[in-house]
Design a protein around this ligand. Sequence first.
Ligand code: SF4
Length: 261
Amino acid sequence: MDRVAGQPVRTAHHPPGTVTPGSSAEVARLLATVYHRLLQTYGPQGWWPAESPFEIVVGAILVQHTTWRNAERAIAALKGAGVLTPPAIAALDPAALAALIRPAGFYRTKARKLQTFARYLLARYGGDLEALLAQPTETLRRELLSLYGIGPETADTLLLYAAGRPVFVVDRYTLRLLARLGLAVGARPAAVQALCQAVLPPDPALYNEYHALIVRHSVVRCRARPRCHGCPLADLCPSAGENTPGPVHGTGGEMSARLAQ
Ligand code: SF4
């Protein structure tokens, strides 16, 4: 990505459904500037915090509808019980698995999701996650989406963080931040993803860091009620100052929605 930090690109408000407010070059410049500003402000986020690709899969399922802190407690319980492997999770009594992952919430549903994934992996790939992840990106995405408990956001998270593919993860934070910046207002996640992937270089390391930084910024500052005073993106943002409660202090520290709540 070209270094363009410090080059303000102002955008105007656009009606819902708008995907692109300007030329591809303008959008690319804005997204590059946002990335550099966020990286300068928060530093590298070090995602995804896991010891193995299978732990990333488990974490991506456990973090659904909850915070990373709660998912982490469930992962720790699985590790403590010595069952953080596909065969062990597949073989566990569903109630015992649900009890272990209770801190993550929706534990019966998530136990079923984990066992669906583990049993599929064993039946189709002999438990070899690397073999599953070696599929071409679109094939792998379709395969992941065919499994109970894996929706588009979780599938894209696994494509990026477990398989290392250049897939831009679009979650509610991404949609909210880009809309506030005047980009892709009211657009569907797939359209926002296509926009970002069209103007950003297909670099998994960049997408990894960018998504983590968006989540961090959305948790720390660009919340439902944004704290615009002192925001590093304020001079780029048509929404700056709207509904803002005032200054924010201490932007460092914990990791984001997934890693900081
Ligand atoms: S200026 Fe406010 S609305 Fe815009 S990105 Fe910053 S916190 Fe969000």
